[in-house]
Design a protein. Sequence first.
Length: 255
Amino acid sequence: MGSIGLSATLLMGARSLAAQRAALEITGHNISNVNTPNYARQRVPLTTDITVKTQIGQQGLGVATGNIVQIRSALLDAQIPPGISTFSYLDEKSNLLNEVDSALGQPLNTVNLISSNAGSTDGLSEALDSFFNAFQSLSADPTSTTLRQQVILSAQSLANKLNSINTSLTTTRTQIVTQISQDVIDVNTALASIAKLISQIGAIEIGSLVRANDLRDARQQAVEELSKKIDLFTQEQANGTLTVNLGTAAGALLV
């Protein structure tokens, strides 16, 4: 009764060991990068190898390995950067409002109504109330020296408060301008890094069935970091390259 033969059997065993070894190596790679930001799990596809016709029927030649693939969703990868951009915008807006709250000594939004600033007695509103109340009291008794003095003190207090607010807001404005200048540098650096990664990925993948999985992880991480600074729209092309636009698909092409 014919079969594939001893040599083919030994070769099938060797190929099976090689396939399982490759799977174990990728498993080790996954475990090693369990805490690596933006790392996507990888696996080696194992499929049944070809069969040959023998006297006892169609007989398989063991297991075949495919190219390493990532467990990653292109749809989710495209949706994450806009979400990060929105969160970063709202977070920065909240931080700036809190600084203005602190300068004014009173909340500007309902969230801060329950904060410690809500009970402040030295805010702008209180200084204005004290100033106008002093004038109202003086109008009832214009000849009162005490009430006149109270008006002067209230006016001085209001002026001091306005000067303090101006100093705080000027400092905040200077900090914002400095941060914007640094953000421009960071954005340009990130765009250069993304462009380099796209070029490296293209050099490996274009015209080949191999995917540059680790470089793709690095590219996704760079895109997500950049989305903390500006609003992005990303789209992967048919050849595997990535385009990055400002805001929407119709926005300025950045990479």
